[in-house]
Design a protein around this ligand. Structure first.
Ligand SMILES: [Zn+2]
Length: 202
């Protein structure tokens, strides 16, 4: 499956998911016996937030072996995430990486709050997540001096997703080479935790 086909599968499956939730109020996932225990052939890689309300397999209605998922608060990029993603690209030949952020992200909110209201008492480990989100959101705060955290959440969330897309390519010669050869697409997307809709960013 190439990157365009992969993105179309996800787009359509998410539309089905939204319809399913609206119809029945319940969520079913594509788990088939045939896929369990077999080889993994994921057609897409997801770098998603660890938020419990954003499970990639469910919102894209995919089953076992379909998606190679890396989750970390704020969908930030660091060497361990990049290494996992490089492994999946090289081992399985997946041609699509989706950086999946979401509305009302706690990591984005904490970072905005730290910049606007002053940093709290974060542990060094939590601070490392805030540090990874800061380059994306600091310019937005600087351009909107009087705005509140709530007012900036939407722009900051999108900026954080785009920053991870850029960082993946900048910090990985493996991924940037595949991208230049036309064998990999890295795209940002935002999941709306109220509607269940995923919006792919240009
Ligand atoms: Zn989040």
């Amino acid at each position: 499956m190439n990157s365009q086909q992969a993105i179309e599968v996800l787009r359509k499956a998410n539309a089905d998911f939204v319809e399913q939730v609206a119809d029945s109020g319940s969520i079913t996932t594509a788990v088939t016996e045939a896929k369990m225990g077999g080889d993994q052939r994921p057609f897409a890689i997801i770098l998603g937030c660890a938020d419990s309300r954003v499970p990639p397999e469910i919102i894209f209605d995919q089953g076992f072996g379909d998606l190679f998922v890396v989750r970390v608060a704020g969908n930030v990029v660091a060497p361990v995430q990049i290494g996992s993603i490089e492994f999946a690209c090289q081992q399985f030949g997946a041609e699509l990486i989706v950086v999946l952020g979401h509305t009302q992200c706690g990591a984005v909110k904490a970072t905005l709050g730290g910049i606007i209201n002053g940093g709290g008492d974060l542990s060094p480990n939590l601070e490392s997540i805030v540090q990874a989100v800061t380059p994306a959101v600091a310019p937005i705060v600087a351009e909107n001096a009087d705005a509140s955290v709530e007012q900036l959440m939407s722009a900051a969330g999108e900026a954080n997703i785009k920053n991870s897309v850029t960082s993946l390519l900048e910090q990985s010669s493996v991924l940037s080479a595949l991208s230049e050869q036309g064998k990999l697409m890295v795209v940002g997307a935002e999941y709306d935790i109220q509607s269940g809709k995923v919006r792919f960013l240009d």
